[in-house]
Design a protein around this ligand. Structure first.
Ligand code: ADP
Ligand code: MG
Length: 310
């Protein structure tokens, strides 16, 4: 039995005028860390709200822990933990009060499930009398995770848990998720940080309410259909424009200190073109696509530009 299933789920807002989630189907296996990766407005939070029974879909069915999100919403609320990104904590309550509050709501105590949150809570304990509003981003995030875990959920929903959190805290957070996964907890997590995609067992790339690709990070990358090159020269802006107007270019965009280039011609043709354009100092080397490259390619195809946009 899958821990989470969505079958042709559609959700609109404003009397049908905003299509937020468009016929989405996928499932998450028990103990899996599944990442929903996509930009703002893609429909991630709407999916989380439906799965946590806070919103009802227009069409389709979904289950969590084998329970139907509409019919069995009361049961689902007892078996899931939900970290809705911002605003999940009571800013005026202290760390300990926040935890106690969430424990009480679920008729449990901090002590009862201390094992599950121990690793995370020890880092918070020195600040237990501090108001949540006065914590750093990383600490807030840890507290929110503790609150979502206090009733020992089977399935954990984390909506952009690392947005706005520093790099070190982000890394620590993913370490914590790994340990929770080892305890058999299923995790659906959303992020707009592409580098976090590789930390998931599988990822779904989501855009405009549609899930466009579902695979392991490795297979997502392997499915990248063209050769990809990293190119650099002294005048990057000119290089970008020149490569974009080259007829053998499929796609070219800035990526860190390089341009990433996919081509429909040979390497030699590009090098010859760049020589003709007067570049004599450029770096041109094959590179392995990242999840971000896969996403950029999907964006381009999905926007209807196919391979012709230059
Ligand atoms: P994400 O979490 O990926 O940023 P959302 O699920 O929040 O995406 O939003 C998907 C789409 O639905 C966006 O176009 C957003 O503007 C719209 N939307 C989200 N929540 C509401 C709401 N409560 N009322 C109207 N439109 C909404
Ligand atoms: Mg969101």
């Amino acid at each position: 039995m899958s821990a989470i299933t969505l079958n042709n789920i559609t959700k609109t807002y404003n009397k049908g005028s905003i299509l937020a989630v468009d016929d989405v189907s996928f499932s998450v296996e028990k103990g899996e860390v599944f990442g929903l990766i996509g930009p703002d407005g893609a429909g991630k939070s709407t999916i989380f709200r439906m799965l946590t029974t806070l919103l009802v879909a227009d069409k389709g069915t979904a289950t969590v822990g084998g329970y139907d999100v509409v019919k069995d919403y009361k049961t689902i609320r007892t078996i899931v933990g939900y970290m809705p990104g911002r605003f999940s904590l009571y800013q005026d309550l202290t760390v300990e009060e926040n935890l106690n509050f969430f424990a009480t709501v679920f008729s449990t105590t901090i002590e009862e499930n201390y094992d599950l949150i121990k690793d995370i809570y020890v880092q918070l304990e020195p600040f237990k009398d501090r108001r949540a509003g006065k914590l750093s981003g990383g600490m807030k995030q840890k507290l929110a995770l503790c609150c979502a875990l206090i009733h020992k959920p089977e399935v954990l929903f984390l909506d952009e848990p690392t947005t706005g959190v520093d790099v070190v805290s982000r890394k620590e957070f993913w370490e914590m998720l790994k340990r929770l996964k080892e305890q058999g907890i299923t995790i659906l997590v959303s992020t707009s940080y592409m580098d976090e995609a590789t930390l998931c067992d599988r990822i779904g790339l989501i855009l405009n309410g549609k899930v466009l690709s579902i695979a392991t990070p490795e297979n997502t990358i392997q499915a990248y259909p063209e050769k990809l090159y990293a190119v650099k020269s002294k005048s990057m802006y000119k290089l970008l424009n020149d490569l974009r107007s080259f007829q053998g270019t499929i796609n070219c965009y800035t990526f860190g200190e390089y341009l990433h280039l996919s081509i429909s011609c040979s390497e030699e043709d590009v090098k010859k073109y760049l020589n003709e354009k007067g570049y004599n100092d450029f770096v041109f080397k094959p590179t392995t696509p990242t999840v971000e490259d896969c996403f950029i390619r999907l964006l381009k195809t999905e926007n209807g530009n196919g391979n012709k946009d230059k």
